[in-house]
Design a protein around this ligand. Sequence first.
Ligand SMILES: [Zn+2]
Length: 211
Amino acid sequence: MAGCSRPSEIRKAWRGLWGMNVPNKVRHFAWKACGNILATKENLWRRKITVNGLCEYCGTHTETVGHLFWFCKHAKEIWSSSKLFMPFEVMPSWDFMDVMCQVQQWNDFMPGLMERTVMICWGIWKNRNEIIHGGKGRPGRAVVRSALMMMDEYQSANESLEVGQKSTNTTVSDDWWSMDLEVVLGQGILYLRLMRGGCSWYILKIWVQNP
Ligand SMILES: [Zn+2]
């Protein structure tokens, strides 16, 4: 089974990734992973930046995107502690985009699947980077918990921001700032009209052509 075969599926997956309600840094991470430009050991090794491409977690396999996020024993531990039900099986030949295409197809039936999947992958990536920089790394449960908690906090902050903006708009429309602009093109003249209540003022006239 191919993960991502049709251009329409790929476009849909990109749109899904674009629209995720997750912190920007996580979205950027997902875009990089989909373009296979994450600094995985395999990518660094191919560019002769590291002497080996071995996984930081297990040290026995090449650290490809697929191995790091799905097939490494550490990744498997993380996914099993996440209790996130993946309605399909990831194939060893798939890249990140293939997985995202599948996730996007299921996302309509399981809202939030893409966001959760990407957040957990980001948790795996962050934990792996901590290990590379001399940290001990955290157990799977902790990786999942902190990634999903970060998403929840981000989404609730966004919600309260939206509520705040709505109430601000209501206040604004009550005062004199409640104005509309109308652009009128008549007889070769472009008018920019400012309206408030029943009154209106022409504030700008631009000659489009000689009348
Ligand atoms: Zn590994």
